[in-house]
Write a protein that binds this ligand. Structure first.
Ligand code: AMP
Length: 255
């Protein structure tokens, strides 16, 4: 696996690369959810490129950014063992020579669900992905259904800007008790970790959104939203308080 630490190193790698390119953007602290994307990318394309970059412009809360887990040694091993040909680790100054003066924004869906409380979150996500897509020029990009709103918005962006990239949505990988795998799970205390699977369990239950929301509150979750939209129910909750808050998001298909 080649480690690329600058856009110039990426450019040199791409000049020699032959065949289709599959790209997996991540923020590191990798787990089996990310691994499933690497494997799928390698299976569906000739070359698999993955990036690790904790993108500050998508965090509305500096504390959340500071607490974002980091496990670079383990990440490199997981990437190497699961089909990643090249790992790209850009820096803020390399990605944002404009210091975030230029932005890619969506006006409607990005203001709903997670966008309602996380001001500017999806503008940060879309902007960094636009930059990475233009630098890497992948044929296919592999994203998890766990972040379904993000997946929909990225598909919309690629379509809106005629980018000619196929966006491949990949199923959510869960722990055996149903909790969706997430880098943020590493910040859960042991007792929060025991409570967390109740989120997926209740989100999957029959009933209307407000009823599910009330049950989540009874179980100790602070509820950001539970919203059904088309054939899917989306939810976001937090566990813990003040300096020890962990936000969980998930979504399920309604039957
Ligand atoms: P992140 O590192 O959290 O920004 O996620 C990078 C990519 O991995 C995104 O496309 C996520 O949707 C995807 N991902 C994160 N968790 C999971 C999971 N449990 N199952 C499948 N994909 C996931």
């Amino acid at each position: 696996m080649e480690i690329l630490k600058s856009p110039d190193e990426l450019k040199n790698f791409l000049e020699l690369a032959r065949g289709t390119i599959g790209f997996v953007p991540t923020m590191g602290a990798l787990h089996e959810g990310h691994v499933s994307l690497f494997r799928k990318a390698k299976k569906d394309s000739d070359i698999c490129i993955a990036s690790i970059y904790v993108n500050p412009t998508q965090f509305d809360d500096p504390q959340d950014l500071n607490r974002y887990p980091n496990a670079i040694q383990n990440d490199q091993e997981l990437m190497r063992a699961n089909g990643v040909d090249s790992a790209f680790f850009p820096t803020y100054h390399q990605l944002y020579p404009d210091d975030y003066t230029y932005q890619v924004a969506e006006r409607i869906f990005s203001k709903e669900l997670c966008g309602k409380t996380r001001q500017g979150h999806f503008t940060g996500v879309l902007t960094v992905l636009m930059k990475l897509f233009l630098m890497i020029r992948p044929d296919k990009v592999f994203l998890g259904e766990k972040d379904y709103q993000q997946l929909e918005l990225v598909k919309g962006m690629v379509n809106a800007f005629h980018m000619g990239i196929e966006i491949v949505g990949c199923p959510t990988i869960r722990e055996s008790d149903g909790l969706a795998m997430s880098s943020r799970n590493k910040n859960l205390t042991p007792s929060q970790r025991q409570e967390a699977p109740k989120f997926f369990e209740l989100l999957s239950k029959r009933g209307d959104d407000s009823q599910i929301s009330e049950e989540l509150v009874k179980c100790g979750f602070e509820v950001d939203y539970v919203v059904s939209r088309k054939d899917r129910r989306y939810g976001a909750v937090t566990l813990g308080s003040n300096g020890n808050k962990v936000r969980l998001i998930d979504n399920v298909v309604l039957r």
